[in-house]
Every structure is written in structure tokens, then in C-alpha cells.
Design a protein around this ligand. Structure first.
Ligand code: NAP
Ligand code: GDD
Length: 378
């Protein structure tokens, strides 16, 4: 099976790289798949079987598997089980595996801690063990998180000692450690990107930034008159997601596997995000925003700020989209998706700063199409 697959690749020109992406239906997975396809990769995404469509973020890049030059393949799998992982690694022997799938919501991890440990923690070990057993020369990327720093004082770098404050963070610390153990113990090419919060119009609707920008649009459209939030004082280092998937790819192109902190180096409070988003839409946030204990967590991470010096020096990576730009991009997208005319500065920023990164400048209108049901279905 492996030989058959490799022959196919050789017949197609010999230089085609093959990547597996877990979590391809998520925010990051969808942008990463676009990036890899634009670089000529053959991309294999892992999706969960669901009773409803869960592919809205990748419908625009979906290809009919019967087409002769198809480059994107989807496989069913779930991180809770090992069988499909072994089959996938043995049959594809991918050059690169980007492990992005996780139960990724911090608050939810307090409600379902055991599941979070199984999927977000053990899931990583299952993949690493499959690579080790198969003997494949696969380069492995682990989606580590700034949430692992927890209460460690900012700024946080690769040398900062983790002080996790949620079941999610504890699971990520386990996954991060096991990635390093397989690198040092078995010589696997296994690297981690410790990514600070990154957002986009494709961000899940229950993360705070998207919750805010969707609410701004709903208020403008007259469909809502209030927004309930939890802790407004928490501070995060928020960047623009498409730039962060570029860093993931760069991390796996280095000669030696290593760990890198990826973030902007700036921090803002949830309150500042609210103020900026409402002001951008011409609204006074204090008339609409209320707080509710429902959204508080048993423990909070107060301040996250990246020290991205290593990524700048070794990868040459640096974020281009700043805090105000990010807010404008996200509000514009949600306002357009609500059927209203957006302010437009967000779209201009995407054209000016991201336009040359070919496949991303349309990300807003793609979202709008997906939201309004015009994206291609399969
Ligand atoms: P996301 O939008 O929540 O996507 C998570 C992905 O994981 C989805 O494709 C989801 O599939 C999949 N998944 C969840 N449980 C699964 C399971 N049991 N088996 C197989 N797939 C499963 O997350 P994201 O924002 O793109 O983040 C990507 C990764 O980076 C995650 O590991 C996250 O923890 C980590 N991270 C994110 C950030 C950030 O700010 N975004 C920062 C640091 C680290 P469904 O679509 O079927 O739910
Ligand atoms: N989700 C949410 N909803 N968060 C709220 C709310 C609310 O109504 N109100 C205030 N917050 C605060 C949270 O308490 C937290 O301090 C901050 O907003 C950000 O919350 P999220 O957007 O849910 O993100 P997160 O920082 O907990 O986790 C995200 O970033 C991590 C990287 O640091 C996720 O993407 C994780 O998967 C990721 O690892």
C-alpha cells in the first residue's frame, strides 16, 4: 500500500510533498490546508463523522476525489482511537503531519476534563507512537498553546516554566512534553509551535473575539440588543490566524526540530477588544455589554504576552496584522455576513497586508458565502 502510494507520487513528478492535517475543519486547519495546497502539496485532512455538515470552512477548497489531479483528500478519524491513525500513517507515509485537532475550548475543558485529557493530551501521543512504530520519516507538528503558561509572569518565551490553570492547558502540557520526549528519545522530527491566541473571521463562535464581533453585527442588524460576557480584565496577545499557519509550515522546514513561541508581543484586555469592536461599528459598548457569571472560569489566565524573539531570529517570522487591524477585519466580515455594508477598513487591510499571500485575501468573502449557504457543498 505504501509502495503503491509512493509510486503514484513519483509518477506525478517526484517532488510532490504529502501532508496530513488533523483538525482540518477548524479555523487553523482550513487556513493551513489553503496554504499547503498553494505550495503544491498533496493534502490529506482528517475529519470527524458528523450527522450534520462540519466542513463549511473547507468547502471552497474541496475537490471531487474522482478528478484525476485531485490534491485534497478527506479521511474519517477520531483522536480517541488508534486504528485509523496507524492505517493512515502506514498507508500514506506523509512527509509532514500537522496535528491541530483538539478539544480546544478552555472553559469547556472544565466541564469535560476527562475527554479533554484524552483528545487534547493522549491524542498527540497516539499519533507520535504511530509514526514511531511505522518507521515513517514524517515531520510532526504539535499545536501547543500559550495557555500552558497559565500564571507564569509575562512576557512568556520558550524558556518560561509552564504553570497551567485549566484541564485544557494541562492536556497541552502533556502533549507538548511527549512531543519533546519522542524527539529526544526516538530521534523523531517532532516540533511544537507554542501559539498565542490567533483569530479570524473563521474563529469558532464561542471564543471571545468572534462572540464580540458577531454580536456587534447582530446589534447593527437589529437582531440583538445585548451581549453577555465574563471576565473583561483578562489580557491576551491576539494575532491574525493566517499568519500563524505560515509559522507552522516554517517550523517544519527547519533543519532540526525545535519549539517556537509565536505571537505579536502585544497584549490587550477583553474590555479593549469590546471597546474597539463597538467603536469601529459606531456603537457605544456600554449600552449593550453586560457581564454574567456563566462565562467565568474556575481559574483564569490573567495575562499572556509573547516574547517571539526566537521565531523572529530563526524563522524570520513576524506578525503584520496588529490589534486594531484584526478587530476591523473581523467586524467587517461579520457585518457583511449579517447582510449589511461593512465599514471597509478591514477589507483594505487584508488587500494591503495579506494580498500578496495569494490564497488568503479572499478569506472574508469566502466566510460570507459559507455563512449565507452559497459555498459549494459536496
Ligand atoms: P478549532 O477551530 O476548535 O478546531 C479544532 C479541530 O479539531 C476541528 O477540526 C475539530 O473537528 C477537531 N477535533 C476536535 N475533537 C476531535 C476529535 N476527537 N477527533 C478528531 N478531530 C477533532 O481550533 P483552532 O483554533 O483551529 O486551533 C487548532 C489547534 O491549535 C488546536 O489544537 C488548539 O488547541 C491549538 N491552539 C489554538 C490557538 C488559537 O488561538 N486558535 C492557540 C494555541 C493553540 P470538528 O470540526 O469536527 O469539531
Ligand atoms: N470564550 C469566552 N466567552 N471568553 C470570555 C468571555 C466569554 O463570554 N468573556 C470573557 N472571556 C475571557 C476568558 O475568560 C479569557 O480570559 C479570554 O476572554 C479569552 O477567552 P477565549 O477566547 O475563550 O480564549 P482562551 O484564551 O481561553 O483560549 C484560546 O486561546 C488559547 C491560546 O492561549 C483557545 O483558542 C485555546 O485553544 C488556545 O490554546
Amino acid at each position: 500500500m505504501v509502495g503503491e502510494r509512493l509510486r503514484t507520487r513519483f509518477q506525478q513528478g517526484g517532488t510532490l510533498k504529502r501532508a496530513v492535517v488533523t483538525g482540518i475543519t477548524g479555523q487553523d486547519g482550513s487556513y493551513l490546508a489553503e496554504l499547503l495546497l498553494s505550495k503544491g502539496y498533496e493534502v490529506h485532512g482528517v475529519i470527524r463523522r458528523a450527522s450534520t455538515f462540519n466542513t463549511s470552512r473547507i468547502d471552497h477548497i474541496y475537490q471531487d476525489p474522482n478528478h484525476p489531479n485531485v490534491k485534497l483528500f478527506l479521511h474519517h478519524g477520531d483522536l480517541s482511537t488508534t486504528e485509523w491513525i496507524l492505517n493512515l500513517i502506514y498507508s500514506l507515509a506523509p512527509d509532514e503531519l500537522y496535528h491541530l485537532a483538539a478539544q480546544s475550548h478552555v472553559k469547556v475543558s472544565f466541564d469535560i476534563p476527562e475527554y479533554t485529557g484524552d483528545i487534547t493530551g493522549l491524542g498527540t501521543m497516539r499519533l507520535l507512537e504511530a509514526i514511531r512504530r511505522s518507521g515513517a520519516k514524517t515531520r510532526f507538528y504539535q499545536a501547543s498553546s500559550s495557555e500552558m503558561f497559565g500564571s507564569a509572569p509575562p512576557p512568556q518565551s520558550e524558556a518560561t516554566v509552564f504553570q497551567p490553570r485549566s484541564p485544557y492547558a494541562a492536556a497541552k502540557v502533556y502533549a507538548h512534553a511527549v512531543t519533546r520526549i519522542y524527539r529526544e528519545g526516538y530521534g523523531l522530527y517532532a516540533a511544537s509551535g507554542i501559539l498565542f491566541n490567533h483569530e479570524s473571521p473563521r474563529r469558532g463562535e464561542t471564543f471571545v473575539t468572534r462572540k464580540i464581533t458577531r454580536s456587534v453585527a447582530a446589534i447593527l442588524a437589529g437582531r440583538e440588543d445585548s451581549l453577555y460576557l465574563g471576565n473583561l480584565d483578562a489580557r491576551r496577545d491576539w494575532g491574525y490566524a493566517p499568519e500563524y499557519v505560515e509559522a507552522m509550515w516554517q517550523i517544519l522546514q527547519q533543519d532540526d526540530a525545535d519549539d517556537y513561541v509565536i505571537g505579536t508581543g502585544e497584549t490587550h484586555s477583553v474590555r479593549e477588544f469590546v471597546e474597539e469592536a463597538f467603536a469601529y461599528a459606531g456603537l457605544d459598548w456600554q449600552k449593550f455589554v453586560k457581564t454574567s457569571e456563566r462565562y467565568l472560569r474556575p481559574l483564569e489566565v490573567d495575562v499572556l504576552v509573547a516574547d517571539p524573539a526566537k521565531a523572529r531570529a530563526k524563522l524570520g517570522w513576524r506578525s503584520q496584522v496588529g490589534f486594531r487591524d484584526l478587530v476591523a477585519i473581523m467586524v467587517d466580515a461579520d457585518v457583511e455576513a449579517a447582510g449589511l455594508k461593512p465599514h471597509g477598513r478591514g477589507k483594505t487591510i487584508l488587500e494591503e497586508k495579506i494580498g500578496h499571500w495569494n490564497s488568503w485575501h479572499n478569506s472574508v468573502s469566502r466566510l460570507v458565502k459559507a455563512v449565507s449557504g452559497q459555498a459549494s457543498q459536496h
